[in-house]
Design a protein around this ligand. Structure first.
Ligand SMILES: Nc1ncnc2c1ncn2[C@@H]1O[C@H](COP(=O)(O)OP(=O)(O)O)[C@@H](O)[C@H]1O
Ligand SMILES: [Mg+2]
Length: 253
């Protein structure tokens, strides 16, 4: 039975997509059955996984809005993960859902189709607190909050926590926060170290994953080359964080 994680933060560029993909591959590498859901119209996760978003005929949009069987949308890549891909079509989904019945439960319906077949389902969400993000939070068991190690990113986390509390009180009482995952950490800067401290004091009741993801240009390079960061010839310290996080998630399952 799958545990469903959503990687959420309404701020863009904090490492949601990078974390979803590399954590997914790290989980698959240790024998877990992994399904990834791309819920960002920009299709970054779909691209990272090796696909050309705009060349895909059917995407998660069709399952959400047109009731296409999600199995018709499902694709697999060479690194052991399955994916429900997205592209720009998804950008109109929020408008189309506004008056739809059970509009907050569309992702839940899709996720529940696959729960029995995977160990982990990871949802990459878009940088907004709109209906699609709400759908992801309604569908998930746990939230992982990637926060880049800079002040504005920390500040933005409060709005997300408010939305999570709201979803917990209405759509999904079982939802828990797995933790905050610090990303793009630069140990050489005072600011980076100060932010790690700040995360502890600012969110004392939320688990802070000890697997801080170090900043490395290899993440951007590997996304462009569409190979997981683990494939780089030189060990990328940040990549190890995803491996350790994957091991912990399996251990705590
Ligand atoms: N640990 C990291 N170090 C350096 N760059 C990173 C790291 N993680 C992600 N990136 C890069 O930062 C940019 C934003 O990351 P991304 O995962 O797309 O964020 P989000 O999905 O939150 O918008 C991308 O170019 C990505 O390759
Ligand atoms: Mg993204």
């Amino acid at each position: 039975m799958a545990t469903v994680f959503v990687l959420a933060n309404q701020k863009g560029g904090v490492g949601k997509t990078t974390s979803t993909y590399n954590l997914g591959v790290a989980l698959a590498d240790i024998g877990q059955r992994v399904l990834l859901l791309d819920l960002d119209p920009q299709g970054g996760l779909t691209y990272c996984a090796g696909f050309e978003p705009e060349e895909l005929g059917k995407t998660i949009y069709h399952s959400l809005i047109r009731n296409t069987n999600p199995r018709e949308v499902l694709i697999s890549n060479d690194y052991g993960v399955d994916l429900l891909p997205a592209n720009i079509d998804l950008s109109i989904a929020e408008f189309q859902l506004i008056n739809a019945p059970a509009r907050e439960r569309r992702v839940t319906k899709i996720v529940n189709e696959f729960r029995d077949e995977y160990d982990f389902i990871l949802i990459d969400s878009q940088p907004s607190l709109g209906l699609l993000t709400m759908n992801s939070l309604a569908a998930a068991d746990q939230v992982i909050i990637p926060v880049s190690c800079e002040y504005l990113s920390v500040r933005g986390t409060h709005a997300l926590l408010t939305l999570i509390a709201k979803v917990k009180g209405t759509l999904n009482s079982q939802l828990t926060i797995a933790g905050i995952l610090p990303t793009m950490f630069d140990s050489r800067t005072l600011h980076g170290r100060a932010i790690l401290k700040l995360l502890e004091t600012e969110f004392p009741n939320i688990h802070l994953f000890p697997h801080t993801v170090a900043r490395s240009i290899r993440f951007a390079e590997s996304a462009a080359e569409r190979v997981p960061v683990f494939e780089a010839k030189i060990q990328v310290p940040g990549a190890l964080a995803y491996r350790e996080l994957a091991r912990d998630l399996v251990k705590n399952k």
